[in-house]
Design a protein around this ligand. Structure first.
Ligand code: 13P
Length: 341
């Protein structure tokens, strides 16, 4: 496997593949497990992630990389095989979430600043040794009355840029994720507002990446789609696709090899439909694919329900979503394929 940043980034964007975001922090995975009434322990987290990573066919066909939480990067499957080895054996690249969370931002009520730069150079060296070849940092921007502020956009953007520079120094491809929330409170903004804020955020992020001397060829962008708030959803698939492509074309340099969307609270089918519509209908200079958490995992989590006898059912559900999103990455997803399954 090549170790050049550019080549790793291209492998992450392999045709018909995308990223599995399985990097839920301990507090986030607890929330997910609460929905199936399962206690979150080191063992239950291991069993759940082992089910996903051992869905061999789906992994081989549809997943180019897996974003892990630190615990999982160093964790072993029940039979003692390191998860990193299982992921690599499926032809996927292990990655690691390196931010330590969006924390309330001092002086900016209702906004957050993502932390984790202190000691990051040393942590990256450890993660590289453990096999990670890409990383993720998520900055969070909320839309509400009077929000976001320039202060919070700028602070989050500068943190993303310096994180990306540190990753590249360590031989790790940074996924730069500035997420404009669709499901933050109150979630009543329209798609035009999301377009305006997303454009403002992406312009700022690419200016800061340039100032930080980040090589755009050796990074991946993980943005939100341009979509109305979760409590005001009415934009059509075509509108979401059109507005998202428009904002990306206005802000993302063509030297960026790929864009891998987060799902952000869209339903599993919406996330596939939107991605497919963009790839089917627009010419773009970058590969456009998925880096979904919930939109790849929700149905698998439900089908599994925390029970060992349901592992095969959970894997089937995961394989179906992976397959649907793989089609979407090629622009060939169709709604009736969902029904057929
Ligand atoms: P969702 O697709 O569930 O939004 O998660 C992706 C992710 O990694 C958010 O940081």
């Amino acid at each position: 496997m090549s170790e050049r940043l550019e080549d790793i980034a291209v492998q992450m964007m392999a045709e018909g593949k995308g990223l599995l975001a399985a990097d839920e922090s301990t507090s986030t995975i607890k929330k997910r497990f609460d929905t199936i009434g399962l206690e979150s322990t080191e063992t239950s987290r291991r069993d759940y992630r082992e089910m996903l990573f051992r869905a061999d066919e789906a992994m081989k066909k549809c997943i180019s990389g897996v974003i892990l939480y630190e615990e999982t990067l160093f964790q072993k499957a029940a039979d003692g095989t390191p998860f990193v080895d299982i992921i690599k054996a499926a032809g996927a690249i292990p990655g690691i979430k390196v931010d330590i969370g969006a924390k309330p931002m001092a002086g900016f009520p209702g906004e957050t600043l993502t932390e984790g730069l202190d000691g990051l150079r040393e942590r990256l060296a450890t993660y590289y040794k453990a096999g990670a070849r890409f990383a993720k940092w998520r900055g969070v921007i909320a839309i509400a009355d009077g929000l976001p502020t320039w202060g919070s956009i700028k602070a989050n953007s500068q943190a993303l840029a310096y994180y990306a520079a540190l990753c590249q120094e360590a031989g790790i491809v940074p996924i730069v994720e500035p997420e404009v929330l669709m499901d933050g409170a109150p979630g009543t903004h329209d798609i035009a507002k999301c377009a305006e804020v997303t454009e403002w955020v992406l312009r700022t992020v690419f200016a800061d990446l340039y100032d930080a001397r980040v090589k755009l060829e050796g990074m991946i962008l993980k943005p939100n789609m341009v979509i109305d708030g979760k409590n005001a959803r009415k934009a059509s698939v075509e509108q979401v696709a059109e507005q998202t492509v428009k904002v990306l074309k206005a802000t993302v340099p063509s030297s960026v090899p790929g864009i891998a969307f987060l799902s952000g609270g869209q339903s599993t089918e919406e996330a596939s439909a939107h991605l497919s519509a963009m790839n089917a209908n627009y010419d773009m200079p970058w590969v456009l694919t998925y880096s979904y958490g919930r939109a790849l995992q929700d149905s698998a989590l439900k089908a599994w329900g925390g029970r060992s006898e349901n592992v095969a059912a959970g894997q089937r559900a995961f394989a179906h979503r992976a397959e649907m999103n793989s089609l979407a990455a090629r622009g060939t997803w169709k709604k009736d394929l969902e029904k057929a399954a």
